[in-house]
Write a protein that binds this ligand. Structure first.
Ligand code: SF4
Ligand code: FE
Length: 484
């Protein structure tokens, strides 16, 4: 959407790319494909068949708003979110970035309500005024949670450098100042606001680190450093065909907050360390749900590309190839099932917002740390080694070697060699290239690394209850001293 792109160009930000400050980052070839992916969340608004998915009724204004700015008000809303994410994954073949802000908004809505009720501080009122603005502007928000963390064996206040977790450095009657950084921030340069949250459950000694706020993306004191992706410089080559996905990519940045000032109106948590764990758990829970949608959508692209290659290479009728494609679909749909299930089993929070079933959302994400890797393994198995060894697609245009490429890389009759080679590049993009950062590494570590999901699953496992169920079937003789 041109107005979306224009709104980003108007932001005056300090952005560094490949060791240089960029005067016009939105025009940079490493940035544009990421913006294209977020722009699809606006593009869908123009297509009547997707109205139900992309629009939702705001509980604040009663008006339709883009679902990426909406607070879920039913289990249907939660399921529609996952369906929308799958659709966008299918369209972009990568991370379309806008979900982190949506998940931050929903986690904060529930948590600021609780804080206002219990503490009598106006956090929820402030949050709602911010939310209203986000909905009115149809703004893109970046949900920023992950601190650098330094020595992982030490708490935030124990770190040799106190800035390794983002912290409060001052306060006055106007607001607060903060210093620190947030790592691998999805869609940072494509956002209008940054929503900062603590990265873990804080204890009393870490109270200066229990802080949450929203800030304009171009506030003075914010520095953006663009993250790299595998093979990303192919996007800078004049002949961009070797990128694989010609239009879209994800985006991550390191964001540094250098004594940034935040007015009280935008502060949603200030040293109330008892609430930091709940905020983290809810944000992570929502984002673990999200992966059941987006990764299944990207999986659809990888399965489609693999099936097309099998056909181009004349192996699509082989029974082991059919079996492997079925296995890929089975794994991919299992992720989607998990996203839908944790949504359907969700429930209402005291604020009126709907929260996913946390156990099922964590099961969803733990599967996401494995299944895309297996799907990628099967895709590479079927695609063959050429995806990692073939010459550049630029060679196709050369008068002497172009014909050789076409002759020696041809597949079945009737399919242009170019089609086969482009599809190989797409599989390479998803499994080894720029999108592998979004489809694989992000599946492992995004919304928390696998151990974080195991901790929540262990907490929610109700093993005592399961033991009782088992005991009920074998009788309780000799078991009298155990709890009922
Ligand atoms: Fe959305 Fe998926 Fe990207 Fe997270 S990883 S922002 S859920 S597309
Ligand atoms: Fe993510």
């Amino acid at each position: 959407m041109s107005s979306y792109r224009e709104s980003l160009k108007k932001l005056s930000r300090k952005v560094y790319i490949q060791g240089k400050e960029s005067a016009d980052p939105m025009e940079h070839p490493l940035v544009q494909p990421g913006t294209n992916a977020v722009a699809q969340t606006f593009e869908l608004e123009q297509q009547a068949e997707y109205n139900e998915l992309i629009f939702a009724k705001s509980h604040l204004s009663g008006r339709p708003v883009n679902r990426f700015t909406h607070i879920h008000r039913s289990t249907e809303d939660l399921m529609n979110k996952v369906k929308l994410q799958r659709l966008l994954g299918q369209r972009t073949g990568t991370c379309f970035q806008r979900c982190v802000g949506l998940d931050a908004l929903n986690a904060l809505e529930i948590t600021t309500y609780e804080m206002e009720q219990a503490l009598g501080k106006p956090y929820h009122q402030r949050f709602n005024r911010f939310l209203q603005q986000v909905q009115d502007e149809n703004a893109v928000c970046d949900g920023a949670m992950t601190d650098p963390k330094g020595d992982r064996s030490k708490r935030p206040h124990e770190q040799a450098d106190p800035d390794l977790y983002l912290r409060i450095t001052g306060e006055n009657s106007e607001g607060i100042t903060v210093r620190g950084a947030k790592c691998h921030q999805t869609g940072a340069l494509n956002s209008h606001y940054i929503i900062v949250m603590p990265t873990l459950a804080m204890k009393e000694k870490d109270r200066d680190y229990a802080v949450s706020f929203a800030v304009e993306a171009d506030a003075p004191g914010i520095i953006y450093i663009l993250g790299r992706q595998p093979s990303d410089t192919r996007k800078q080559e004049p002949h961009r065909a070797d990128v694989g996905n010609l239009y879209y990519s994800g985006q991550e940045c390191l964001i540094v907050f250098d004594d940034l000032f935040i007015p009280w109106e935008r502060v949603f948590m200030f040293k109330e360390y008892q609430y930091s764990g709940r905020l983290v758990e809810r944000f992570a829970g929502y984002h673990r749900q999200s992966y059941g949608g987006c990764k299944a959508g990207v999986g659809d692209i990888l399965i489609g590309a693999t099936a097309a290659l099998a056909e181009y290479q004349g192996v699509d009728k082989a029974s082991h190839i059919k079996d492997k494609l079925v296995e890929m679909v089975h794994l991919n749909e299992t992720l989607f099932c998990c996203g839908i299930a944790c949504s359907a089993q969700g429930g209402v929070a005291p604020s009126g917002a709907y929260l996913i079933d946390l156990l099922l959302a964590n099961v969803c994400k733990l599967n996401v740390t494995r299944f895309p890797y297996e799907i990628a393994r099967l895709a590479e198995d079927i695609a063959g080694g050429l995806m990692a060894t073939m010459p550049s697609l630029a060679d196709l245009d050369h008068p002497q070697i172009g014909p050789l490429m076409r002759k020696y890389f041809q597949g079945i009759a009737g399919v242009e060699t170019t089609c086969r080679l482009k599809m190989l590049r797409l599989v390479e993009n998803l499994t080894l290239g720029p999108a592998a950062a979004a489809y694989l590494t992000e599946s492992m570590h995004g919304a928390g690394s696998p151990q974080a999901q195991r901790v929540v699953i262990a907490r929610q496992a109700e093993l005592e209850n399961k033991k009782m169920l088992a005991r009920a079937l074998v009788g309780r003789e000799g078991d009298d001293k155990l709890p009922e």
